[in-house]
Design a protein around this ligand. Structure first.
Ligand code: FAQ
Length: 323
């Protein structure tokens, strides 16, 4: 998106005071002075995050009409609605940085803005609903629990609330996974196939490795990030391996092994070429996802027009009443 570094000459004294506030662990609030680069980094991250929540509704929304029972349908609808709420909440948070939500959405729709790579993979079976909740929401929780301590107040507060809901999502997903894993041989094979397809893309959610992550150093210095991409990815693997074993599913990585010395589950090489292709727009579903978002935006135009007309009329009426 259009948030690439542009040198802005900042007042060194203000910069030093800003860094001192960060180092003291103070929260930065919307009206506080902040370096332009901090504002841009937060705008980039929060808008990508909001876009991810909204695009993230599509792979699961696709299965609402095919849920196998009323109970499953209700919880999937609730989950997908929650993702919409998270997106709106984070767009509001991003607007506190002085950007317009309509501009951010335009950047998504015309392909300038990124959103999480994970949502460019197809959902092929009902088991994918379980595995997304377990692995994708599970990865999001690992990332967002730390972002709940981010130095920018509105983002941190949004994460606290969102993580509570993501925990429900993860539990509903893991429950589906456990049910299928203990079901018929066909159900078990279906869920194992879903794990095989989603495992590596879930690891890619944490972003490039630390040696290839241009934004990390700055975000860590400003305590937007408190952990690196690789640290969070490792934490996710360590948490997830025992969860897979508990339901007797395997993870598709022949190199996975426990290292007694580090107490980490070591994992095999991630296919970074695939990751870069997906974020360049060439993943299995990138085009389909953006087309669906564009169609939804067009179909919702009358709602926005009606809301704007109502606000204008209402505003005019209150101005007359006040006069
Ligand atoms: N996909 O220098 P870094 C969810 C980009 S929410 C696409 O390491 P950074 C809930 C990155 O933007 C999931 N692009 O970047 C849910 C940068 O490009 P840029 C979303 C990626 O910011 C569940 C470039 O690569 N969560 O799942 C990805 O330090 C189920 C270089 O990377 C968030 O957005 C990727 N995976 O670290 C919803 C959390 N990774 O902008 C529905 C907030 C990296 O310079 C259903 N964001 N890139 O052109 C973050 O924590 C960070 O931004 C990272 C990336 C960790 C994603």
């Amino acid at each position: 998106m259009d948030q690439k570094p542009q040198a802005v000459a900042e007042d060194p004294a203000k910069l030093a005071e800003f860094q001192a506030r960060i180092d003291r662990g103070e929260s930065i609030e919307p009206k506080d002075w902040m370096p332009e680069r901090y504002r841009r980094q937060l705008t980039r991250m929060m808008s990508q995050h909001a876009h991810s929540e909204v695009v993230g509704m599509l792979p699961e929304g696709n299965w609402i009409t095919r849920a196998p029972s009323l109970r499953r349908k209700m919880s999937l609808i609730a989950k997908v609605q929650d993702e919409a709420g998270h997106g709106l909440y984070i767009y509001c948070g991003a607007e506190t940085l002085g950007v317009d939500r309509a501009d951010l959405i335009d950047q998504l729709l015309d392909g300038r803005a990124k959103y999480s790579s994970i949502f460019n993979y197809p959902t092929l079976s009902w088991a994918d609903m379980g595995v997304i909740g377990w692995l994708v929401d599970g990865a999001a929780i690992v990332n967002q629990t730390v972002l709940a301590k981010a130095s920018y107040g509105p983002y941190a507060r949004a994460m606290i609330r969102i993580c509570k809901e993501e925990n429900f999502h993860k539990r509903q997903g893991y429950e589906i996974v456990a049910t299928l894993a203990n079901g018929t041989p066909a159900q078990k094979a279906m869920v194992q196939d879903a794990v095989n397809r989603w495992w590596w893309p879930s690891l890619m959610m944490f972003g490039p490795s630390d040696t290839d992550s241009p934004n990390s150093a700055e975000l860590l210095r400003w305590k937007v990030k408190h952990k690196t991409n690789d640290e969070l990815r490792q934490r996710f693997v360590n948490l997830t391996v025992p969860q897979a074993a508990a339901v007797d599913l395997t993870l598709p990585d022949p190199d996975l092994r426990y290292d007694e010395a580090t107490k980490n589950w070591e994992f095999g090489a991630i296919d970074w070429a695939e990751f870069h292709e997906v974020i360049r727009g060439n993943g299995p579903c990138n085009r389909e996802r953006l087309e669906a978002r564009r169609a939804a935006h067009e179909n919702g135009r009358w709602v926005r027009d009606a809301a704007a007309a109502y606000a204008a009329k209402h505003g005019a009426a209150s101005a007359t009443n006040a006069a």
